[in-house]
Design a protein around this ligand. Structure first.
Ligand code: SF4
Ligand code: SF4
Length: 332
């Protein structure tokens, strides 16, 4: 049984830590940072060369399967709209009802969690919104300010198929990652509309707007591992994360300990499985950063995102080796 903690379970040096600018993430730097050696280099830029080698798991059909899997995430933009969706593909006018009164925040929170699971979430937790984890600016450089009335973050984990992820770094694993993102769009967009249909506001997001992992930790979904990912008890890191900020009155969950922090000190399986050498092998976590895409002031094993992304370009697709190698990965 996971042990509940009264306070947060990560360490932040408040003298150093600042809200992170999303332009400093790897994808932000790929778009904006001319000093990065991967500036302007997308993940698929070597694809023709890779496909021409006819390697198992890297065929034209495998790649097409990845492209299809991204569809809902890449094209269902309204899923991440900060406002009520308007561009409906329906002839039915939707009812405008009075605001739903919330008299019992515990019951409302359970209803919301069950609804998110109904829409595809594997795990759901709620935390009070900690503004430290909101990006200072988005990838286009626009300042992000979340109004004070948004007091809660609902954090959802979308489980991925371990069998498909175990083929990493081949394209079947990339397709499963993409399906995870597409399921995320359906789940987060639908859950946001559920909240709005009850008369409250909702800001849904994937990896944008705020850092998912600390919010997921605060919401009691798991702990952060050496691999730089959230580790959950049931799915390990075999998940994608999304979240919704809302002004609906809710009951916050508490962080949990499932033994990850202690286990990672000795286990270095993810570091051994990382062909890019991006995961640190030091026994203890520290405040040391590994590349400019790490935000300083957070105690952890900081993953070298530059090395990681360089491998993704070489691979012609993303990688899940550090997910599949972890002993917390679900049994297949
Ligand atoms: S995704 Fe792959 S390259 Fe990146 S840190 Fe994990 S194992 Fe290494
Ligand atoms: S593989 Fe081992 S060291 Fe890496 S995150 Fe999982 S438990 Fe921690």
């Amino acid at each position: 049984m996971a042990q509940e903690l009264e306070s947060s379970i990560y360490k932040v040096d408040s003298k150093v830590h600042k809200r992170f600018d999303q332009r400093m993430t790897v994808f932000g730097r790929m778009l904006h940072d001319e000093s990065a050696d991967y500036y302007g280099k997308g993940m698929y830029e070597r694809i023709e060369k890779i496909l021409s080698k006819y390697h198992f798991g890297y065929t034209r059909l495998d790649h097409a399967r990845v492209m299809g899997a991204w569809t809902a995430y890449d094209y269902f933009h309204e899923a991440f709209s900060w406002e009520k969706m308007v561009d409906a593909n329906s002839v039915m006018k939707k009812a405008e009802l009075e605001k739903y009164p919330v008299s019992d925040i515990g019951k409302m929170s359970e209803e919301l969690k069950n609804t998110a699971k109904f829409y595809g979430a594997s795990l759901v937790g709620i935390t009070r919104l900690d503004h430290r984890w909101i990006y200072s600016r988005n990838r286009d450089g626009k300042e992000i300010e979340i109004p004070a009335e948004y007091k809660f973050a609902v954090v959802m984990a979308i489980g991925m198929d371990p069998l498909a992820i175990s083929t990493s770094p081949a394209f079947t694993a990339c397709a499963e990652t993409a399906i995870g993102y597409s399921r995320m769009a359906t789940c987060v967009g639908s859950t946001a509309e559920f909240i709005r249909s009850l008369g409250y506001n909702a800001i849904p997001m994937g990896n944008d707007t705020a850092l998912s992992i600390p919010m997921a930790i605060d919401a009691g979904l798991g702990e952060m591992g050496r691999n730089g990912l959230l580790i959950t008890k049931k799915y390990g890191s075999c998940i994608r994360l999304c979240k919704i900020f809302t002004d609906m009155p809710l009951k916050a969950d508490k962080p949990i300990r499932i033994g990850v922090a202690k286990f990672c000190r000795k286990c270095k399986k993810c570091a051994e499985a990382c062909v890019a050498g991006a995961i640190r092998s030091d026994m203890e976590p520290s405040y040391e950063i590994s590349c400019p895409s790490n935000n300083p002031g957070i105690m952890r094993w900081a993953v070298d995102q530059d090395k990681c992304y360089r491998f993704w370009i070489k691979n012609g697709g993303d990688c899940s080796n550090c997910i599949a190698a972890c002993p917390f990965f679900p049994k297949i």
